[in-house]
Design a protein around this ligand. Structure first.
Ligand code: ADP
Ligand code: MG
Length: 179
């Protein structure tokens, strides 16, 4: 993948398919440790230990239309190609935690990419799913919580044009404040 945001979209879409009602996405850039960590955590249907082992190898998917699921193996490969690490922990009926660590300065580490648009796609894909999005750079932190936004919106749907535009510019402005 050319951008980390594409991996994030792919992994968060797994969470949506798994029936999650809450998905947390964290990008943590620690320049002192030279790491970039991505976490995607959900409260979806989860996987058994055996299923986790199988999805990590690229010859398993619960989909019947296609035999090979590649989202997770590709994310793992990207992290490991950047002196990083990858792990999934999951529990049936509870949820799934995916963590990929990259060496921040690694020559093959692709850019974060377009997180504003990625979050817009996710948030508008199902208005009943709540998202927490966090971007941390060293000691500064930006957070977007759809739950908090919905409280302010009242009856206004979170996928209305104006709200999505607001979310997008909030993420753009938030990212500026981090650097
Ligand atoms: N967050 C998740 N919760 C439950 N099951 C998951 C989750 N992520 C992945 N899976 C399971 O792992 C399989 C492989 O995922 P992935 O590698 O992204 O390929 P694909 O989405 O194309 O099947 C999925 O089909 C699903 O069965
Ligand atoms: Mg997938």
């Amino acid at each position: 993948m050319r951008e980390l945001s594409m991996h994030i979209l792919d992994i968060a879409q797994n969470s949506i398919v798994a029936g999650a009602s809450f998905i947390e996405i964290v990008i943590n850039e620690n320049l002192k440790e030279d790491t970039l960590t991505i976490i995607i955590e959900d409260n979806g249907k989860g996987m058994s230990e055996e299923e986790v082992d199988m999805v990590i190898s690229p010859f398993f998917t619960s989909r019947t239309t296609r035999k090979v699921g590649l989202g997770i193996p590709m994310f793992k490969a990207s992290a490991e190609a950047c002196d990083g690490a990858f792990k999934i922990t999951s529990a049936k009926g509870k949820g799934t935690y995916v963590e990929a660590v990259f060496k921040h300065s690694h020559i093959d580490r692709v850019p974060i990419g377009n997180m504003p648009d990625t979050m817009i796609v996710l948030v508008s894909s199902d208005i009943n799913i709540d998202f927490n999005y966090k971007h941390i750079i060293n000691d500064k932190e930006y957070t977007l919580s759809t739950n908090e936004i919905k409280e302010v919106l009242g009856e206004v749907p979170i996928n209305s044009m104006d709200v999505l535009e607001w979310i997008k510019s909030n993420i753009i402005e938030g990212a500026k404040e981090l650097s």
